[in-house]
Ligand binder design. Structure first.
Ligand code: ZN
Length: 316
């Protein structure tokens, strides 16, 4: 996929069929790399001074992530990786919040839409049911995409403001580091009886004891706390956030592209030697045990009787 692409390349055909399937289901199609622009939704894309700005752009839904957003985000990362002029990627959110998490309640929730897999070699979830279906879908759009994006061979900075909740944490955590302003974070999915979001990096980014407190209580934690705990690199006033990120990106862009890529790989390998990837994949099994236990206990509801409204009402 990262070799030479021509107008007739397999990538183009794959993205074309993605669009057709989404449209057939009445959902706006995922954007292809060629379609992405400064004002496109659910993901916007622009470049300036060697930096690609990838913007989550469903502000009316607090940038909740449906699969159309996930595949559009992947297209944006592909575009940034392929553009030799891009040295650094910034991931940010339009509107009041970075991301409220995975889409579990908007009109464009597309759980049942079939998209050809990009991140995993696995069977199609829409052909399956129950635990088999849930695992097939989450291997692709959650852990698969996050493992794939963590390996993007260019530096990726998360520019986070407002809410960064549950699946929002997954997006911030696959970035190389986080710069935040007026931000708050939480993983409240233990309320669903589930041990945290699918990309279980909590113990690595928070430290095990803080991870336990945050998971056990489901409480919000502030950008200042996240800074103190080492999850966030910088906290700045809201009106200085974009400037701070641009300043760091400009400094990184002075470095040689291959050196940056190899350095990122070396640090990621170090984290994996400490067990990051294995921990995520092991916890993912317990995550799916929880989905299945919920399905047995809550009349077929793998989310344990919680929805977007009850989750929001229970947030502190
Ligand atoms: Zn799940």
């Amino acid at each position: 996929m990262f070799t030479e692409r021509t107008p007739d390349s397999p990538t183009k055909h794959l993205l074309g069929s993605l669009s057709a399937m989404a449209e057939a289901a009445g959902i706006p199609a995922p954007l292809t790399p060629d379609q992405l622009g400064p004002d496109t939704s659910p993901v916007a894309y622009e470049t300036a001074d060697g930096v690609a700005y990838v913007t989550l752009n469903r502000p009316d839904y607090r940038n909740a992530q449906n699969s159309v957003m996930t595949y559009s985000l992947d297209a944006a990362f592909v575009k940034a990786v392929q553009d030799a002029e891009v040295k650094v990627i910034v991931l940010r959110g339009n509107g009041k919040h970075f991301s409220a998490g995975h889409d579990i309640g908007t009109p464009e929730r597309d759980f049942n839409v079939d998209y050809p897999n990009v991140a995993s070699l696995y069977w199609t979830h829409t052909d399956r049911s129950g635990a088999d279906q849930r695992l097939a879908r989450e291997i692709e759009v959650y852990t698969g995409m996050c493992h794939r994006w963590r390996e993007i061979p260019k530096p990726v900075i998360a520019q986070v403001h407002g809410a960064c909740i549950a699946g929002g944490l997954m997006l911030a955590w696959i970035c190389d580091f986080i710069v935040a302003a007026d931000a708050f974070f939480a993983d409240p999915v233990v309320r669903m009886g589930i041990p945290g979001v699918e990309f279980f990096a909590h113990a690595f980014v928070l430290g095990p004891r803080r991870a336990k407190e945050i998971l056990y209580t489901g409480r919000r934690f502030t950008a200042a706390e996240a800074l103190d705990w080492g999850m966030v690199n910088h906290v700045v006033p809201r009106d200085e956030l974009a400037g701070k990120v641009a300043e760091i990106a400009a400094n990184i862009a002075e470095m040689p592209q291959l050196g940056l890529s190899l350095t990122k790989r070396a640090v990621n390998i170090s984290e994996d030697q400490m067990g990051l990837r294995n921990s995520i994949d092991a916890a993912f099994g317990w995550h799916h045990f929880a989905h299945s236990a919920n399905t047995e206990m809550y009349d077929g509801d793998s989310l344990g009787g919680m929805d977007v409204h009850s989750m929001r009402d229970s947030a502190k």
